[in-house]
Design a protein around this ligand. Structure first.
Ligand code: SF4
Length: 185
């Protein structure tokens, strides 16, 4: 098969229901991003959703710095270890891997920019008012999970590219991915 390749993808690219409840409906992402890759014959490896496995489906949306703590790091590192071992095995057997597709903006799964803000505290009316004074800002850094996965792959000397999907511009994201892979839509 010409297109034998494994493409690891953020969990919600296949399963949008893992996202924070009531977040914007991006349920067309799979159709726009994953379907063209499946049609090319690539293997899609669904990464775990670090936030779902940590805070469940009823978690609040959080800023990056809230997740950037030793306990969440440990949780993400455990998940990333399992992923890195799988990727290592594909590469050991000469099956190309990548790019790893993340979700831009996510405090956990972003590749180049994640949302951050001085958030925290009890969700009282006054706290919510305070949050308005500290709106989320884009920070030029990977999400916590992807950053740990990048570090782990580096430790293992596995050279795998990462690309971020911009859910607000799926067409551009699809073009960038296909260009990276050197294939046409
Ligand atoms: S971006 Fe990552 S943490 Fe957020 S829903 Fe998707 S897989 Fe889960």
């Amino acid at each position: 098969m010409d297109n034998i390749r494994i493409i690891p993808v953020s969990h919600c690219l296949l399963n949008p229901y893992s996202k924070v409840k009531s977040s914007i409906d991006y349920s067309n992402v799979s159709k726009e991003i994953i379907m063209p890759l499946l049609k090319k014959g690539y293997g899609i490896l669904q990464l775990p959703c670090p936030e779902l496995c940590h805070g469940g489906l009823q978690r609040w949306g959080q800023a990056r710095r809230q997740y950037d703590n030793p306990f969440y790091h440990q949780h993400c590192r455990e998940l990333a270890c399992g992923v890195a071992a799988q990727l290592e095995e594909y590469l050991r057997c000469s099956i190309p891997v990548g790019p790893i597709l993340g979700i831009e903006g996510s405090p956990s799964c972003a590749i180049t920019c994640s949302f951050d803000g001085n958030w925290g505290g009890e969700l009282t009316a006054s706290c919510v008012q305070n949050l308005m004074q500290y709106p989320l800002e884009s920070r030029a850094e990977s999400g916590v999970f992807m950053k740990l996965l990048q570090e782990l792959l580096k430790e293992k000397k596995l050279n795998i590219a990462f690309l971020g999907v911009n859910e607000e511009n799926l067409e551009q994201s699809r073009v960038s991915i296909l260009e990276f892979l050197g294939v046409r839509a």
